[in-house]
Design a protein around this ligand. Structure first.
Ligand code: IMP
Length: 185
């Protein structure tokens, strides 16, 4: 285990198993139809890569890169689109693939933005969800894991852009934040 991690919340084996179940459900729900997966960068890149390979449908992959305004660990829900979709989603089945839903503000903003582009259907799939942190009503159609309200890293999730490459999801040691806050005010 990485020495900056205090404990592992979800092992890689558990993540893989849950992704298979989610993909099976998605395949069943969209049987006989095409699906556009919108992977929200950067956090969802590993999840989307594993998920799409388990989905047995004609799939198009699109990427949207966003960045939050302000403090890295507190969401305002106001996001800046750094990279928009390459193709129109009008009349298509669209699945937003997110890494984690915390306040829910980011995914709500994205869903309302994409729904204005007249997709046939729009659903949300998130690897993790922190239900106790929601600040808005979000309907998550496919959810991997419900987590307590702790900051987690790994499997695409980052702290200051590090730890995305950990194969599991874990909690960072408190001293890592303290050290960062001490040197950055
Ligand atoms: P929300 O708008 O509060 O739902 O925040 C969603 C975004 O904040 C996610 O897509 C992540 O990029 C980031 N985020 C929220 N919680 C965590 C966490 O525990 N670890 C890493 N990133 C997080």
């Amino acid at each position: 285990m990485n020495s900056d991690i205090s404990r592992i919340l979800i092992s890689n084996d558990l993540i893989k198993e849950r992704i298979k179940q989610l993909a099976e459900q998605i395949t069943k729900d969209f049987l006989g139809q095409e699906l556009v997966i919108v992977c929200i960068l950067k956090g969802a890149f590993i999840f989307a890569a594993d998920l799409c390979r388990e989905i047995n449908l004609p799939v198009n992959l699109e990427f949207m890169s966003i960045s939050s305004y302000g403090n890295a660990t507190v969401s305002s829900g106001v996001v800046r689109i750094i990279k928009d979709l390459n193709e129109s989603i009008e009349g298509k089945n669209v699945l937003i693939v997110e890494d984690i839903i915390d306040t829910g503000l980011t995914v709500s903003y994205l869903a309302s933005l994409l729904s204005q582009r007249a997709p046939k259907s729009l659903k949300i799939c998130s690897l993790c969800n922190k239900p106790q942190c929601h600040k808005t009503l979000v309907k998550i159609d496919y959810c991997g894991f419900e987590l307590p309200s702790e900051f987690v890293v790994g499997y695409g999730l980052d702290f200051r852009d590090f730890y995305r490459n950990l194969p599991y999801i874990g909690v960072l040691k408190a001293e890592i934040y303290t050290r960062y806050l001490d040197s950055n005010g």
